[in-house]
Ligand binder design. Structure first.
Ligand code: ZN
Ligand code: ZN
Length: 331
């Protein structure tokens, strides 16, 4: 649907029909349309994108730029196929180009690093195997494609109608970009700001050492912008960015307290900490033991991100016992 003049939102479904969608945006312009994100890389997603374009009387051949907010499969997966189809210029953050080869082309080394890190943080072997299987199954949903043009934070581009400023917002993903249209006060927020959930931030080999610290700094960076409408990667277009930034900030403060409470009395691994907390999945709030393998992996990596920040803030101490990091509250 045309959510505001010249901006179309097409809902591209998640694999398996879970009723979840990635928002793909098409922005009309005299110098060709801009596609923001692509959705998952499977045929169902491609059909949904094609049908969405047809419904709005938009044509693939008019898409001249595909801009990717970050390289998660639900945003980047279909990009390679769309490019093949319409020959558009592929645009992403400079870091995306560095991360794609190890994440989607020659993946063995990164998978090993992830497993080693999870194992070191207490994840039992039986669960690691399930996590590996699910990680490998994700590869079928990405048709990898390197950028033709890379952006850094502060770069700008235009399609004759919309003028964009790229804002580097690391945290949810180290390469995450938000796109700001200052004249209209539009923010295309990808997964950095979502209306209905707190974006996942996890520590892993590609995340940098303090992804939650990065995320909170990025949250403040977009919170200071003048924005009338936020166009998120999932959920409905909304206004009231400042309020949402505050809500997300408060949710992280609460979660930091929850993590801290798990290590008040005993030294624990990140896995043990994650296992004591409740987590959100498609069914709402669930105990760790009821999460699927992928959800458990994200929960452990998210706990590690909180712990990394809490250690930096000197609220939690970390010691290593036989190579395994153990955490204890300093408060
Ligand atoms: Zn994402
Ligand atoms: Zn997403």
């Amino acid at each position: 649907m045309e959510v505001v003049s010249g901006v179309y939102q097409i809902e591209v479904p998640f694999p398996g029909g879970k009723g979840r969608y990635t928002n793909v945006y098409v922005l009309e312009g005299q110098d060709g349309h801009v596609l923001i994100d692509s959705g998952w890389g499977d045929l169902e997603a491609f059909s949904a994108l094609r049908e969405g374009l047809t419904r709005e009387h938009l044509k693939f051949k008019d898409i001249k730029r595909i801009v990717i907010t970050h390289i998660h499969p639900d945003h980047y997966g279909l990009a390679g196929r769309v490019k093949e189809f319409c020959g558009a210029e592929m645009v992403m953050h400079r870091l995306s180009a560095e991360l794609i080869p190890s994440r989607y082309i020659a993946t063995g080394e990164l998978l090993e690093q992830v497993e080693e890190e999870l194992s070191r943080n207490g994840v039992p072997m039986s669960e690691l195997q399930g996590m590996r299987r699910e990680a490998l199954s994700l590869e079928q949903f990405v048709s990898p494609c390197l950028p033709d043009t890379v952006l850094d934070g502060g770069d700008s581009f235009s399609n004759g109608l919309f003028n964009f400023e790229a804002i580097h917002t690391p945290g949810h993903s180290p390469d995450h970009l938000c796109l700001y249209e200052p004249g209209r006060q539009f923010l295309f927020s990808g997964d950095h700001i979502l209306p209905d959930s707190v974006p996942h931030v996890g520590l892993h080999p590609q995340s940098g050492d303090n992804p939650l610290g990065d995320y909170l700094a990025s949250l403040q960076a977009v919170g200071s912008l003048k924005v009338k409408f936020v166009f998120p990667g999932h959920g409905s277009v909304f206004n009231g960015l400042n309020l949402r930034v505050e809500e997300i900030g408060r949710a992280h403060e609460q979660r930091k307290r929850d993590v801290l409470n798990t290590v008040r009395n005993d030294l624990k691994t990140a896995y043990q900490i994650a296992a004591e907390l409740f987590w959100n999945d498609d069914c709402g709030e669930v105990a760790f033991r009821n999460l699927a393998c992928w959800g458990k992996r994200m929960a452990v990596q998210e706990s590690m991100a909180y712990l990394s920040l809490l250690v930096r803030e000197d609220k939690v101490g970390a010691i290593e016992k036989k190579g395994v990091p153990l955490y204890l509250s300093k408060e």
